[in-house]
Structures are given as structure tokens and as C-alpha cells.
Ligand binder design. Structure first.
Ligand SMILES: C[S@@+](CC[C@H](N)C(=O)[O-])C[C@H]1O[C@@H](n2cnc3c(N)ncnc32)[C@H](O)[C@@H]1O
Length: 205
């Protein structure tokens, strides 16, 4: 990005646009995605994202609404939409360039079950069966905690979140913090410095 103070979550990146294609190849999903300067991991699908898509669980077949928190150009949202054509996938981000790319990528793949929008544009009444996220750890702990709690509270009573976080960026302390906040947080898998965390409501005894 031109301005060294700008981050990938800035709302309107000022880096001149330079679109490019990246391939997302999974056993069950093949997507050619357009990325651009000013968005997260523009040159290749992030390794953590790929790990989440390979090792995360399938959402319930009956899921109505799925969510990708911090969708970027849409690798998670579009994969969920391919895998779950009966579900609607909400993809939220603060970066307008990323949202535009996510919309374009869904459209190019013929996916009509994706809505990419700002977090505040998600209608209030919607309850999510699951959310998946490679969350924006670098926005700092207070903002990250607020973000995760906000969307966790919008899960259905049986809903789950699936997060990928780098160990050296605080995955284990984030898991402990979530647990302390009343969210059962289990490490599903761990590989090459990434943790996959499953988060659900604790059942009160
Ligand atoms: C680590 S990136 C992951 C992007 C994409 N899901 C991927 O896997 O390539 C995190 C994303 O969260 C977005 N983000 C930052 N703050 C946010 C917020 N408050 N609400 C929603 N998204 C946010 C960033 O703009 C960025 O696109």
C-alpha cells in the first residue's frame, strides 16, 4: 500500500488497483479468484485460510445462514457457498475493495447465495448457524475481542464458530480468553504454526 499507515482492513485502500488471479484448489472446490492490492493476502490464498477450509468441519446440512467474518476477497465465503448451495452466506468486511472483490468472485463463480456487505449492513434479525473466520488479529486485542463477541452472540443456540489463528499471533491466549468469556473453545487441529479453534456456547449446568 502507498501509505505505510494503511492496513489491509482500511475502508478504502489508496494503493492503485492492480488486479490479479489466484487459484483456490481444494478436493471439492476449485475457484479462480480475483484479488488486488490493498486486500489481505493478495498474491495467494493465505495458508491459514487454506488450512481452515481443508480441516474445518462441514456445517449442518440444514444450515440457513452462514457467516464469514472478515471475508477479504472471499475465499472462505465462496467456498462455503459452493459447498452449501442451500445456505445463504453472509460475508462481512470493513474494506470496501475487498467487499467488491468478494462480490465479483461470487458472481463469476455463479454463486447467487453470497451477500458481501459491511458488518452494520447485516439485518438485525438474522441468526447464524455457523461462522468461519480467519480473523483480523492485527487490529489489536480490544477490537478483536469486541468483533468476536459481537458475532458469537449472533450464533443460534447450537451454532459454532471456526477460527484459524497463528500460534505466534496469540492463538492459545485467545482460546483461553474466549473460554473465560463463557465460550467453550476447543483446538480442533494444529499444523505449521496455525491453530483451528471451534467455539460454541457452554451448556450451563
Ligand atoms: C486475516 S484477513 C482474512 C481475509 C479473508 N477471509 C482470507 O481468508 O483471505 C481478515 C479480514 O478482516 C477484515 N476486518 C478487519 N476488521 C474488521 C471488522 N471490524 N469487521 C469485519 N472485518 C474486518 C480485514 O479487512 C480483512 O479482510
Amino acid at each position: 500500500m502507498n501509505d505505510p499507515d494503511q492496513h489491509y482492513w482500511t475502508s478504502n485502500p489508496d494503493a492503485p488497483s492492480a488486479p490479479r488471479q489466484v487459484e483456490l484448489l481444494l478436493p471439492d472446490v476449485h475457484l479462480s479468484l480475483t484479488t488486488d492490492r490493498g486486500v489481505f493476502s493478495a498474491d495467494q490464498v493465505d495458508r491459514g485460510t487454506r488450512f481452515l477450509l481443508l480441516e474445518g468441519p462441514p456445517p449442518l446440512a440444514s444450515a440457513q445462514n452462514l457467516l464469514d467474518v472478515g471475508c477479504g476477497y472471499g475465499p472462505i465465503a465462496c467456498s462455503l457457498a459452493v459447498r452449501h448451495p442451500q445456505s445463504h452466506v453472509w460475508a462481512v468486511d470493513t474494506n470496501q475493495r475487498a467487499l467488491a472483490l468478494c462480490r465479483t468472485n461470487a458472481e463469476k463463480a455463479g454463486l447467487t447465495n453470497v451477500t458481501a456487505c459491511l458488518p452494520e449492513e447485516v439485518p438485525e434479525g438474522i441468526v447464524f448457524d455457523a461462522f468461519w473466520s480467519n480473523p483480523p488479529i492485527r487490529i489489536g486485542k480490544p477490537a478483536l475481542h469486541d468483533l468476536l463477541l459481537h458475532w458469537l452472540h449472533r450464533l443460534s443456540s447450537t451454532g459454532e464458530a471456526h477460527l484459524v489463528v497463528q500460534r505466534h499471533l496469540g492463538a492459545d491466549s485467545l482460546a483461553r480468553w474466549l473460554d473465560d468469556q463463557g465460550w467453550l473453545t476447543v483446538r480442533r487441529n494444529s499444523r505449521k504454526g496455525f491453530r483451528l479453534l471451534d467455539v460454541e456456547r457452554k451448556v450451563s449446568s
